[in-house]
Design a protein around this ligand. Structure first.
Ligand SMILES: [Fe+2]
Ligand SMILES: [Fe+2]
Length: 166
C-alpha cells in the first residue's frame, strides 16, 4: 500500500507541475487548498467515531493535532492568496474539484486504514517541503521558508500518528 501511495502522489504531482509550469504561486495555492483536505477528513472521521462511542486511546491528541494542522494550512493558503494565487477562476475551479474528490477519498481511506491514510499524507507533506525548498533555491521569501518548515513539522507529526497504529 505504501508503494501505491507514493506512486499516486508522484503521478498527481507530475500532472500539477506540468499544468502549472511557470506559475509557481498559483501552483502553491492549489497545493495548499488540497493540503487541508486530509486534515478535515481525519477530523470528520474522528468526530464520527467519537459520536458512535468509538473513542480510541489517542483520540483527543489526534483531534487537537489535526485541528492545529488545518489552521496552519489555512494560514499558508491565505499567504498564497495575498500573492494572487487564487485570482484566476480556472485555478479556483480546479482546486475546488480536487478538494471535493480528495476529501471523500481520504474520509474512506482513513476509516478503513488510518495508518495508510497517514502514510499518504506524509508523502504529500514531504512533497510540499521539497517543492518549497526548490523554489527557495532561486527566490528568497521568508514566509515561504516558514511555510516549508511547517510542512516538515506536519510530516513528523504524521509520522508519529502513523506509528500509533498497527
Ligand atoms: Fe501548507
Ligand atoms: Fe502541511
Amino acid at each position: 500500500m505504501e508503494r501505491f501511495n507514493e506512486r499516486t502522489i508522484n503521478d498527481t504531482v507530475k500532472i500539477i507541475d506540468f499544468l502549472y509550469r511557470g506559475r509557481d504561486i498559483q501552483r502553491f495555492w492549489v497545493l495548499e487548498e488540497i493540503a487541508r483536505a486530509p486534515y478535515f477528513a481525519f477530523l470528520s472521521v474522528l468526530h464520527l467515531q467519537e459520536s458512535l462511542g468509538l473513542r480510541g486511546e489517542q483520540h483527543i491528541s489526534l483531534m487537537i493535532q489535526h485541528f492545529e494542522q488545518t489552521l496552519n494550512e489555512t494560514e499558508h493558503l491565505e499567504y498564497m492568496e495575498s500573492l494572487g494565487g487564487n485570482d484566476a477562476f480556472v485555478d479556483r475551479l480546479l482546486a475546488k474539484a480536487l478538494v471535493l474528490i480528495y476529501y471523500w477519498v481520504m474520509v474512506f481511506y482513513y476509516m478503513l486504514s488510518p495508518k495508510n491514510a497517514y502514510h499518504l499524507n506524509m508523502e504529500v507533506e514531504k512533497h510540499a517541503a521539497e517543492t518549497y525548498t526548490k523554489y527557495l533555491a532561486h527566490t528568497y521569501d521568508e514566509k515561504i521558508e516558514e511555510i516549508r518548515d511547517d510542512e516538515i513539522k506536519h510530516f513528523h507529526e504524521l509520522k508519529d500518528a502513523f506509528h500509533m497504529f498497527v
